[in-house]
Design a protein around this ligand. Structure first.
Ligand code: PLP
Length: 386
């Protein structure tokens, strides 16, 4: 497909065709895994395909990076060894010691730990602000010093919604850039660049990869200067995605739209079931009309995704017992794979924020609803909840 036709095509077409043309020699429709660290040169500096060393660039990674950009509606994508490697590279590229970042008050625990323990030691300050309160985010900005406003929406694990367009205006008015972690929604359900965000972050470990078989991260921008800075730091720091990992994420992205539709269908069924269950005190899902962020989510998301959190009567002990009792839902960290997962954020993914402003409720259970048969998921939860 020509570049022009591809840009104008639908999400699913871009997911299948972006980043790679069938190989002119063999006709292979899928990019090979270029397991090579270096590239032969025709005389000193005579690069055949623009590649010299695989930290700087690798054709399998290029195919992924171009696909990531095409799916987010950006000009440049960058693939990393993990979501946190992507985040750290972004910070080094765009901040300096003495700068300040506004962070969501229920960001993913690992993101908080990165800023609180690693970036702070480097001299970068951060302050938390409630994701859903644009005025509070504006108030947390330190004019002249705040370089980044960080939004995760929906957040992990409280599924709080931030208004991307409104926060973009607030950040830009103060001369800061807006970074949106789009991991929970995925590129299919939400397009932050089109709403004013400057940088999109993904843990491609999750919905992008989609099969729980790879750890990876991504950054996407739609600005040549930002791309230059990020590209320089990607190579200078070196936390890049390897060729096999790139290939796995690329394969996952081809079915992202189909998977997200099914994740959303199944999550809606699970939400309906939990909302009627007497042992459940609160169901947290942005698709519920009673969710405080529902209106904003309906405006900026195509559907509401596969993540569901709920609180149970009986406190932490009961929440832990439910997590241990399911059979179709596997007890485990991570999310966004084809299989359903259950976890206790307080003891598992978010243990690192215990005792901080970001601590999560002890009676909270988080589900990553997979693509299995909905009835099997409901029966499993029914058994576990009693
Ligand atoms: N952002 C979000 C929302 C996440 O859930 C995660 C991991 O769970 C990350 C970033 C970090 O990504 P990774 O684990 O690939 O480093």
């Amino acid at each position: 497909m020509s570049e022009r036709d591809l840009v104008k095509s639908g999400f699913e077409t871009r997911a299948v065709h972006a980043g790679y043309e069938p190989d002119p020699t063999t006709g292979a429709v899928i990019p090979p895994i270029y397991a090579t660290s270096t590239y032969a040169q025709d005389g000193v500096g005579g690069l055949r395909g623009g590649y010299e060393y695989s930290r700087s660039g690798n054709p399998t990674r290029t195919a992924l990076e171009e696909t990531l950009a095409a799916l987010e509606g950006g000009s440049h994508g960058f693939a990393f060894a993990s979501g946190l490697a992507a985040e750290d590279t972004l910070v080094r590229a765009l901040c300096r010691p003495g700068d300040h970042v506004v962070l969501p008050d229920d960001a993913y625990g690992g993101t908080f730990r990165l800023f609180d323990k690693v970036e702070r030691a480097w001299g970068l300050e951060h302050s938390p602000a409630p994701v859903s309160d644009t005025d509070a985010i504006a108030a947390a900005i330190r004019p002249g010093r705040t370089k980044l406003v960080w939004l995760e929406t929906p957040t992990n694990p409280m599924l709080t919604i931030g208004d991307i367009a409104a926060v973009a205006r607030v950040a830009h008015d103060a001369g800061a850039l807006l970074v949106v972690d789009n991991t929970f929604a995925s590129s299919y359900l939400q397009q932050p660049l089109s709403l004013g965000a400057d940088v999109v972050v993904h843990s491609t470990t999750k919905y992008a990869g989609g099969h729980s078989d790879v750890v990876g991260g991504a950054l996407v921008v739609d600005d040549a200067d930002l791309a230059e800075r990020i590209g320089y730091h990607q190579n200078a720091i070196g936390g890049v995605a390897g060729p096999f990992d790139s290939w796995l994420v690329l394969r996952g992205l081809k079915t992202l739209a189909l998977r997200m539709e099914r994740h959303s269908d199944n999550a809606e069924r699970v939400v309906e079931f939990l909302a009627d269950h007497p042992g459940v005190t609160e169901v947290i899902y942005p698709g519920l009309p009673g969710h405080p962020g529902h209106e904003v989510a309906a405006r900026q998301m195509r559907r509401f995704g596969g993540m569901v959190s709920f609180r149970v009567a009986g406190g932490e002990e009961r929440a832990l017992a439910i997590c241990a009792a399911t059979e179709v839902f596997t007890l485990g960290e991570s999310l966004g794979g084809v299989e359903s997962l259950i976890e206790h954020p307080g003891r598992m993914t978010h243990a690192s924020v215990a005792g901080t402003d970001l601590e999560v409720p002890a009676d909270l259970v988080r589900l990553s609803v997979g693509i299995e048969t909905a009835e099997d998921l409901l029966a499993d939860l029914g058994r576990a909840l009693g």
